[in-house]
Design a protein around this ligand. Structure first.
Ligand code: IPD
Ligand code: CA
Ligand code: CA
Length: 283
């Protein structure tokens, strides 16, 4: 079927409204569980450093239910449920990004939902239910709680800015090469912060709270919405696959992305130590 322009606009509007509704509902459940954590059941996934709680599963179920009720022709990749459903609209969901924070009582986590139709990105939403902040990319525009964002430009070089990153990663002893690369990062940036939510790291770069972010060892659901936010803000995105080759961050490439730098538009990425480390495949 060929969609008319009007049908496409109506469908996109429905998808965006659904993404917002699903993120708000999933976030409300996560917030409730965070504020009342007595008896919260937790299990290990890949190891002691990788956990899931009943609240993660409940938040994902909430989001999926809303999506299928509003957009029945949807296939969903959820962190907890894997691929489910069939249809031309694809959704990628991280129901609670920052589960370790969440389960520890640290109020820094978010719901992340990206939507595509026939492979075309339609929207990305990241919702922080503690601060009640909704970061949304749709129609090429970035909004925070419904208002357009004027991203404040930070300094342009490593020396003048903070880096958000998940390096060094949990679960394995970093080898000498990784430690050497991390030493270079610590020696280069004004400060290095590991806040524990990849999605919020990316959202914070998009809105200009931070100039640059580096992540690795993630899955598609960690970055799907965040890269849409950064793109809508006109930010820089440098992604590499497992072999160190540059790769896109669209619908078809997302699962191949293994290392990612995002930076504000005015940041001099070529002069950054991260540009060299990405080239070398280090860190
Ligand atoms: C994790 C967080 C963490 C990042 C990991 C992610 P989860 O997601 O974003 O900051 O370092 O790579 O897997 O497990 O809390 O959804
Ligand atoms: Ca995650
Ligand atoms: Ca998660």
């Amino acid at each position: 079927m060929t969609l008319t322009a009007e049908t496409t606009i109506n469908l996109d509007a429905l998808i965006v409204a659904t993404a917002r509704e699903a993120a708000l509902a999933a976030g409300a459940g996560a917030r409730e569980a965070f504020l009342n954590p007595e008896g919260l059941q937790t299990e290990q996934k890949a190891g002691f450093f990788d956990i899931v709680t009943v609240a993660d599963k409940a938040a994902e179920a909430t989001a999926c239910k809303i999506i299928w009720s509003r957009v029945p022709g949807s296939r969903i990749l959820g962190e907890e449920g894997g691929w489910q459903g069939e249809g031309e609209t694809t959704w990628i969901i991280d129901p609670i990004d920052g589960t370790s924070n969440f389960a520890s009582g640290l109020p820094f986590f978010a719901v992340s939902i990206a939507a595509y139709h026939a492979g075309r990105p339609v929207c990305g939403v990241i919702y922080d239910p503690i601060r009640d902040e909704m970061f949304l990319a749709a129609e090429g525009r970035l909004t925070l709680n419904g208002k357009p964002v004027e991203s404040l430009a930070r300094a342009a070089t490593d020396r003048g800015v903070e880096l958000l990153t998940n390096a060094p990663y949990e679960g394995a002893r970093p080898g000498p090469a990784t430690l050497e690369s991390y030493a270079e990062v610590v020696d280069s940036f004004r400060a290095v912060r590991r806040l524990g939510s990849c999605a919020l790291h990316l959202a914070y770069v998009a809105v200009g709270r931070v100039a640059i972010c580096y992540e690795s060892k993630f899955n598609a659901w960690d970055i799907a919405a965040g890269v849409q936010l950064v793109a809508a803000a006109g930010g820089q995105i440098a992604a590499r696959d497992a072999d160190g080759n540059p790769v896109g961050t669209g619908h078809d490439d997302l699962s191949r992305v293994k290392r990612l730098v995002v930076a504000q538009r005015g940041f001099d990425y070529q002069s950054s130590c991260l540009s060299r480390l990405m080239e070398k495949g280090a860190l």
